[in-house]
Design a protein around this ligand. Structure first.
Ligand SMILES: [Ca+2]
Ligand SMILES: [Ca+2]
Ligand SMILES: [Ca+2]
Length: 258
């Protein structure tokens, strides 16, 4: 039998008061056809949207502070042309995008202050189905959650073919010991495209921890990026075109200096 002491009553009341605050951590649904207020921090104010069919998603954001936003897939990866920092009407707080959603699925809109701090924002969105923009995406490694395992020290050849929907490749490496992990890209032949290389940690798949587009040795494909790791960390690697529309082969390798 439960006895209501003052102490247990205080805890019970605290649970009631804190309950809604704790559930406020869950991202809200994107406001379709209406405007809502929110507070965006550096971690990002996230809204979710479930597309049941292909279509077009428009999002408008207003703030008195400079803000940006991203229309992303369920892993937080920006859709092509899905990043807004347009500063409409000469004000850093006015942002607007219309983004093609080619396949059904769960999407996110992530609003952030430009730089640091927080920003009070107003957010509105619109949606219409548009079957003509439907695209099957056959790319098996198009998202971090679909990343191909790459063994540390292994060396393999792969390719991008943006014309066939293969815009980028995701890999995941899990170093067995702590150290400094270096991932490199190298040209295979004259058909190898200009690439960029991004490394992400598992806790932020939106912003790369390290990015390389340095065209090492004067070769546009050749890139190198290094990150400090602990044993068992998952490091996500994105290989993408430096200029968009990449087509052609490349080689990827990695090494761990303990
Ligand atoms: Ca802005
Ligand atoms: Ca791919
Ligand atoms: Ca490059």
């Amino acid at each position: 039998m439960m006895r209501w002491t003052l102490r247990s009553l205080v805890f019970a009341l605290a649970a009631v008061v804190m309950g809604p605050a704790a559930s406020a951590q869950t991202p809200a649904a994107l406001p379709i056809g209406t405007t809502v207020s929110g507070q965006a921090s550096e971690a990002g104010l996230t809204y979710t949207f479930a597309a049941s069919e292909p279509g077009v998603l428009t999002v408008a954001v207003y703030s008195t502070d400079d803000v940006t936003f991203t229309v992303a897939d369920v892993d937080g990866q920006a859709r092509p042309n899905g990043e807004s920092d347009r500063d409409l009407f000469g004000s850093g707080g006015n942002e607007l995008l219309a983004v093609a959603i080619p396949e059904p699925g769960d999407y996110k809109v992530i609003v952030k202050p430009w730089g640091s701090g927080t920003a009070s924002v107003q957010v509105a969105a619109g949606w219409y189905a548009f079957a003509h923009f439907a695209r099957e995406n056959p790319d098996p490694d198009r998202r971090p959650s679909m990343a191909a395992d790459l063994e540390v020290g292994a060396n393999r050849e792969d390719a991008l073919d943006s014309e066939a929907g293969d815009e980028w490749d995701w890999y995941v490496l899990t170093p067995g010991s702590a150290g400094s992990l270096t991932v490199i890209l190298r040209q295979v032949n004259d058909d190898s495209p200009d690439l960029a290389l991004e490394l992400y940690t598992a806790d932020d798949l939106t912003e790369p921890a390290v990015r390389s587009d340095n065209d090492q040795q004067g070769v546009a494909t050749n890139e190198s990026a290094t990150i400090d790791v602990r044993a068992g960390d998952k490091i996500y690697v994105k290989v993408l075109g430096a200029l968009g529309s990449p087509v052609g082969p490349y080689r990827i390798a990695s090494s761990l200096i303990e």
